[in-house]
Design a protein around this ligand. Sequence first.
Ligand code: 5GP
Ligand code: ZN
Length: 119
Amino acid sequence: MAGEPQADCLFCKVVTGEVPATLVRETETTVAFRDINPQAPTHVLIVPRVHYPDAASLAAAEPQIAADLLVAAGEVAAQEKVDGTGFRIVFNTGTGAGQTVFHAHAHLLGGRGLNWPPG
Ligand code: 5GP
Ligand code: ZN
C-alpha cells in the first residue's frame, strides 16, 4: 500500500528508531534529525513518517503531509535560529540531482551564506 514502511529504507528505520539519529523535532506526521554529513552549520533532514520515494510523489498522494513537512521545516528553522539570517529548503529528486536516499526528505540548510544558483 502507498506510504507503507519499506524494510530496506534507511529513513523508515530512522522513523522507527531502528537506526539512531539526533532528533531535533517530531510531529504526528514528521521527524526531523541532523544530517550525518552536514553541509552547513545547520543541516537538518525533515522526513514524513510515511514512505514515499520523493517529495513530489508524497505531495501527489498525501498533500497534507507534504504541507506538514514544510511547516515542520519552518519550525526547525526558528528552533535553530536561522530564520533571521535565511535558510534553504532543498528536495533533491532523482539520482541526477543528487538524491541518494529514496524516502522523501527536505534538507534544511542555514547558518552560512548560501550561493545561488546551487551547484
Ligand atoms: P539526498 O542525497 O538523498 O538528498 O540526501 C540524503 C542525506 O542523508 C545526505 O545528506 C546524507 O548525508 C544523509 N544521510 C545518509 N545516511 C544517513 C544516516 O544514516 N543518518 C543521517 N542522520 N543522515 C544520513
Ligand atoms: Zn522509507
